[in-house]
Design a protein around this ligand. Structure first.
Ligand SMILES: [Mg+2]
Length: 254
């Protein structure tokens, strides 16, 4: 991390302690994708396996030229088209494979379902937690109620987090998504706390930080790569690793 970034973090950190009164936090909610696990990595890895299976089965020129990047673009375009109409992410994924086969000149719903099954197998079985997740949860779990608040669809029991969360809120289940304040209100209700008692941790300045702040919760921006914040959004805290969170909550050193 460049030195200037470190200084920036220290400044944030100190000002939080010096100028604010102690937090009355009882609940910590976590974003999932890119906060607890590397979603982009597992998604690309799963698409690579799926594309290889497709190319083996349908070795036409167009299919052989198809790329993972194109598949991602097709999925994202489809998700944008059906935003607010189709909430279920697995359905969007399946329909995106149907769209991909049409694009590759080989429309076939049965094959799309087969590809979807290959994708989901890798997508859920090959996911890995970041190395700071379990140590941090180990410190926090005895003092705070922990939960997952995600716009994605990775279930905690599928990635080694079974038993850690007192509540799990997925946008696809409640039909509102971060940064909409309603999903934060739902989360506080499920957690049994006021929004002001909740600290939300996530990697997205828009979805996690601005969303939490607008709803009245406290926010931590997880900035693993030390990227500059060029937005108007100001997190209450900024950290480079989850291991810094216990100190924010008054639980001793890192
Ligand atoms: Mg995220």
């Amino acid at each position: 991390m460049p030195e200037s970034c470190v200084g920036h973090l220290v400044k944030y950190y100190q000002s939080s302690f010096v100028t604010e009164k102690p937090l009355q936090i009882s609940v910590v909610s976590f974003d999932g994708d890119m906060t607890l696990w590397d979603f982009r990595k597992v998604m690309r890895h799963s698409l690579k396996h799926t594309l290889a299976a497709l190319q083996k089965q349908v070795p036409t020129q167009r299919v052989l030229e198809l790329t993972v990047d194109e598949m991602i673009v097709i999925r994202n375009q489809f998700a944008e088209e059906v935003k607010g109409k189709i909430w279920n992410l697995e359905e969007i994924r399946l329909r995106a494979f149907e769209r991909t086969l049409e694009y590759a000149g080989f429309p076939n719903k049965e094959l799309a379902a087969h590809l979807n099954a290959i994708y989901l197998k890798h997508r859920f079985e090959d996911i890995e937690l970041y190395s700071d997740v379990i140590p941090t949860f180990g410190v926090l779990a005895s003092r705070f109620k922990l939960g997952l608040l995600s716009n994605g669809n990775t279930y905690p029991e599928r990635c080694g987090l079974e038993g850690y969360f007192a509540f799990v809120v997925f946008s696809q289940d409640v039909q509102s998504e971060k940064p909409d304040r309603r999903i934060f209100e739902t989360t506080a209700q499920r957690a049994g706390c006021e929004l002001a008692q909740m600290l939300h941790v996530g990697d997205s300045l828009e979805n996690d930080v601005a969303g939490a702040r607008n709803a009245g919760a406290h926010s931590v921006w997880l900035n693993r790569e030390g990227i500059p914040n060029e937005t108007e959004t100001r997190p209450d805290y900024e950290v480079a690793s989850l291991t810094e969170i216990p100190a924010i909550l008054g639980l001793g050193g890192k």
